[in-house]
Design a protein around this ligand. Structure first.
Ligand code: NAD
Length: 332
């Protein structure tokens, strides 16, 4: 099947081309993101493939529908950027990659915890300038600390298991708690308030939905321990950026590790080194020595890219052959 693949980088094209040997789809790679003004590039294609920062709202879907697109294969697990209701009304089916490597994301979250705690970002730069002093680099033992895991799905569970390995106590919150898992791994499900109040580190692993938007806000931050570390590899909208900046300024939040950012679209995945930054909140966040920002790269391992490519191509195959879509997402 002929497929136009939006928002691709070298690593996506390599992974998809390699996996496509088993499928033989005709893939047309584009670098531009999918939105209402680029959607007409899908003219002549029944299927498009897109990524997390594409803008698949009603107006994009209307253009896709007008040019004959019937299927969108998301190369992501999250689908908060898609207007599912509009897609259904326009007769466009959507499939996603529900799981590609929960380890990739959890391990990145852990890398952020270690880097922030042991100040490796600062140590690295110092030593390269031949400054071998240790002042300002004091961290804390993870052993015996309490980690709050918000969302114990695929990624949250891997996170809980790894942090147990460090000897941490785990407080977990999920709308669907899995007591069997809790017993097996030795974690405790508590209310969100209790989790915030009792954790030295809070790590977010829930999807972005109306009930999770700004789950970290002024009032939830007030209930947290002073100096808490907040890690977000979920979605930017889980944190109210204004509240985060204000809490960092007064030391209420002691560390923030962000792989995602509310307004990341158009910034993350791009090289803006010659253009500068228009986003004042992100610019402010970058001034804190205790804030670590990565550009939505938690998924970026060879294993995850290969799994994303294989599942995406299998989703396209099911659509092409008129089979039931195993990984379909639709309005509840
Ligand atoms: P998952 O669906 O396996 O788990 C999500 C968990 O959140 C589930 O257990 C669910 O019950 C729980 N949940 C849903 N709504 C909730 C609520 N309102 N309150 C409490 N719990 C709630 O998803 P996953 O694979 O673990 O991924 C988690 C999130 O991580 C994804 O939604 C995605 O946004 C993000 N993600 C980020 C990256 C990255 O590169 N940074 C990569 C993959 C996924």
């Amino acid at each position: 099947m002929k497929v136009v693949v939006f928002d691709t980088h070298r690593y996506d094209r390599l992974a998809m081309t390699t996996a496509n040997v088993d499928f033989g789809h005709e893939l047309h790679f584009l670098e531009v993101r999918l939105n209402a003004s680029t959607a007409s590039l899908a003219t002549g294609y029944q299927a498009v493939c897109s990524f997390v920062n594409d803008h698949i709202d009603r107006s994009t879907l209307e253009v896709l529908s007008q040019v004959g697109v019937k299927f969108i294969a998301l190369r992501s697990a999250g689908f908060n950027h898609v207007d599912l209701k509009a897609a259904r009304e326009l007769g466009i089916s959507i499939a996603r990659v529900p799981e590609y490597s929960p380890h990739a994301v959890a391990e990145h979250a852990i890398a952020m915890i270690l880097m922030l705690n042991r100040k490796l970002h600062r140590a690295y730069n110092r030593v390269r300038e031949l400054n071998f002093s240790l002042d300002g680099l004091v961290g804390f033992d993870l052993f015996n600390k309490t980690v709050g895991i918000v969302g114990t799905g695929r990624i949250g569970r891997v996170m809980a298991q790894i942090m147990r390995g460090f000897g941490c106590k785990i407080l977990a919150y999920d709308i669907e708690p899995d007591q069997q898992f809790a017993k097996m791994v030795g974690i405790e499900y508590v209310s969100l308030n209790k989790l915030f109040a009792g954790s030295d580190i809070v790590s977010l692993h829930v999807p972005l939905k109306p009930d999770t938007k700004h789950i970290i806000n002024d009032s939830s931050i007030e209930t947290m321990k002073k100096g808490v570390m907040v890690i977000n590899t979920g979605r930017g909208g889980l944190i109210d950026t204004k509240s985060l900046v204000s809490a960092l300024k007064r030391g209420k939040i002691g560390y923030a590790g962000l792989d995602v950012y509310e307004e990341e679209e158009g910034i993350f995945f791009e090289d803006l080194s010659e253009l500068g930054l228009q986003d004042d909140a992100l610019a402010r966040l970058l001034t804190f020595p205790n804030v670590l920002i990565t550009s939505h790269q938690a998924f970026l391992t060879h294993e995850a890219l290969s799994n994303i490519a294989k599942t995406t191509l299998a989703n396209l195959e099911e659509f092409a052959k008129g089979r039931r879509l195993t990984n379909e997402v639709s309005v509840q």
